[in-house]
Write a protein that binds this ligand. Structure first.
Ligand SMILES: Cc1cc2nc3c(=O)[nH]c(=O)nc-3n(C[C@H](O)[C@H](O)[C@H](O)COP(=O)(O)O)c2cc1C
Length: 247
């Protein structure tokens, strides 16, 4: 939220509080309009308040935050970035994952050229670094103190290790939960929605950080705040129709 807008909201909040505090005085029309918008007075729709469609991503975004690596480890053109927008599209035949990665990212050109990438699943221990990685670009001026160009890998102490089937590297390290090597399956939605349909071709899991067994993913709530995996609710016995997806 912009600072100006935030200040305005704070002012409105104060006015609202003041309006309520001086309830014996006749409210001016502005105060009255504000009071009418308060949750208590607002007309609920079968128990629900309206929510702005422009913010609904905050309700559905929280899949785990991922790192995406592109380029080639062999010729040191590998890059890494952060994403929060992605979705599972198909279980199998083949498995498919959609990611939103736009032309504002330097990684976009590499993905377009090589049609391969790695999706790494970081654990919560990496959250600060993952957020920092998503707040800088390979296109920025990345010269170090000695004038040498530094990559995000160097600056953030991330380990690039060879993948088996793609040129982009896996993200190594004991705090990485998993790495998924992918090839681009479909680009039909890229120009309109920056949506790439990816096919996982090889995947790796850290045996010491399996989700729910020591590995906790973290999820972007869309506004710079995050939720961390918590309690596991085991309702397998109710999944009578979908047993093929349990193991
Ligand atoms: C928490 C978080 C989530 C992000 N989600 C996305 C996303 O879903 N898609 C995207 O294109 N960029 C996303 N970004 C922004 C990119 O990571 C950012 O543009 C980055 O600078 C791209 O790096 P590059 O230019 O070196 O490719 C996100 C950033 C953060 C911090």
């Amino acid at each position: 939220m912009g600072r100006k807008r935030k200040n305005q909201r704070e002012e409105e909040g104060k006015e609202e509080e003041q309006g309520e505090a001086s309830s014996s005085a006749a409210p001016n029309p502005k105060q009255q309009r504000k009071a009418d918008k308060s949750p208590q007075r607002q007309n609920l729709h079968h128990g629900f308040e309206p929510y702005p469609p422009s913010k609904v991503y905050r309700l559905v975004e929280p899949g785990p935050v991922l790192l995406v690596t592109t380029g080639s480890l062999a010729d040191a053109t590998h890059n890494v970035m952060t994403i929060g927008f992605h979705m599972v599209m198909q279980h199998e035949s083949p498995p498919l994952i959609g990611i939103c990665l736009g032309p504002w990212d330097a990684s976009f050109a590499a993905l377009k050229k090589q049609r391969q990438c790695v999706l790494a699943v970081p654990s919560v221990e990496m959250a600060p670094v993952v957020v920092d990685v998503g707040n800088c670009s390979a296109d920025d001026d990345n010269d170090g103190d000695d004038g040498e160009e530094t990559s995000k890998w160097q600056r953030f102490g991330l380990e690039a290790v060879p993948a088996a089937k793609v040129k982009a590297p896996l993200v190594g390290g004991s705090d990485v939960i998993a790495n998924i090597e992918c090839v681009v399956e479909d680009t039909k939605m890229v120009s309109k929605y920056s949506m790439w349909v990816l096919k996982p071709v090889k995947a790796w899991i850290n045996p010491n950080k399996k989700p729910g067994e020591g590995g906790k993913m973290f999820h972007h709530r869309g506004n710079g705040t995050f939720v961390v995996d918590g309690e596991i609710l085991d309702l397998k016995d109710r999944m009578v129709k979908w047993q093929e997806f349990q193991d």
